[in-house]
Design a protein around this ligand. Structure first.
Ligand code: ASP
Length: 330
């Protein structure tokens, strides 16, 4: 049999980001420029590993991706899986990669691996990491052991679960970390080695509504309540607060939480960047016991940004009643 026919089939969708950025106008900095074909041209060895189908879905800095665009990306990825691709890889900017990964993970119903990667250095910089990350992402997508693990983030030879990974450094090559949980796996000399067994997964249907808005506000020392008071009036349907420490706010904010939680779901997460919110440790006004009595839900380990993604998806599916169950598992 022809060897080419035996190669695994992998689909790559390019969304933009540093991995695809080049200087178009000297002195003006890099912008998304490289199509999926140009990305593939930087990595000729992929052709020996897999039969690649590549498509440019967007050419955007990841800060400008929207939920609506991501639903289309999801539908594209689903169609690739349905056509029998062994794995699907997305390349995108690292700035919002953790949110995109979690968003897609909530909605990914297949055991086919969906891998997201990017780069911290653009192709024009010395030591650009894009080609190595793309190669690693394809290797992870091809691995039998990656089946049933949902959406995985592959950068710097580490494999992270979408739920836990965060960008924790603005510029470093080792910019992604999954505090406490650690990476789910590693690439060792190109071999995929998982450190944890896959966990049971539940996915949500594609949201029917796309116009819902969920606010995310961060608690900060001495902050007034004006923005908080306006959340319902401005038409938001959910609120996430990145609270102090284990999930706390000031007494003034706590009063607003009580009013707001009568009108919409309110989640309090931790702004610290690692660790879980408390449930029954602190008894002061604005502490987690008080906030729960005032109607807020505590986020557990889920970071504020992913709480916002979860709430947006649940509202879009008309399933916000399931919020506390989703959070209690986090
Ligand atoms: N610095 C970003 C990146 O790593 C830019 C972006 O997120 O698009 O790709």
């Amino acid at each position: 049999m022809n060897e080419v026919l035996q190669l695994p089939r992998i689909a790559i969708g390019a969304l933009g980001g540093t991995v695809s950025m080049k200087v178009k106008t000297p002195g003006e900095g890099v912008t998304p420029s490289l199509s999926s074909d140009a990305l593939l041209a930087s990595l000729p060895q992929l052709a020996d590993l897999a039969l690649i189908t590549a498509q440019t879905l967007h050419l955007l800095p990841s800060a400008s991706l929207t939920f609506v665009q991501l639903i289309d990306v999801l539908l594209w990825a689903k169609s690739q899986a349905e056509q029998g691709m062994q794995g699907v890889v997305l390349t995108q900017g690292t700035d919002t990669l953790e949110e995109v990964a979690y968003f897609l993970d909530l909605l990914w119903p297949y055991s086919t691996p969906l891998i997201i990667t990017g780069a911290m250095r653009s192709p024009s910089q010395a030591g650009a990491d894009g080609p190595a990350n793309l190669l690693a992402a394809v290797q992870v997508a091809m691995a039998e052991e990656s089946q049933g693990r949902g959406v995985l983030v592959v950068l710097n030879d580490q494999i992270h679960a979408a739920e836990h990974v965060r960008k924790v450094d603005s510029m470093a090559m080792a910019a992604f970390s999954s505090a406490y949980f650690g990476p789910d796996g590693l690439l060792v000399e190109g071999r995929v080695r998982y450190l944890n067994a896959p966990k049971p997964r539940v996915s949500l249907p594609v949201p029917e509504r796309l116009d819902q808005r969920v606010a995310l506000l961060e608690a900060s020392l001495g902050a007034d309540t004006s923005l908080l008071e306006d959340v319902a009036g401005l038409g938001y349907e959910g609120l996430v607060i990145a609270g102090f420490g284990a999930g706390h706010v000031s007494q003034e904010w706590a009063r607003c939480v009580q009013q707001t939680s009568q009108r919409m779901p309110v989640i309090v997460a931790s702004r610290t960047g690692a660790g879980a919110t408390a449930l029954h440790a602190y008894g002061f006004s604005g502490g987690e016991i008080d906030l729960q009595r005032k109607g807020a839900l505590m986020a557990g380990f889920l970071c504020p940004r992913k709480c916002r993604v979860l709430l947006w998806v649940l509202i879009g599916c008309g399933r916000e009643g399931e919020l506390s169950r989703w959070l209690s598992q986090r």
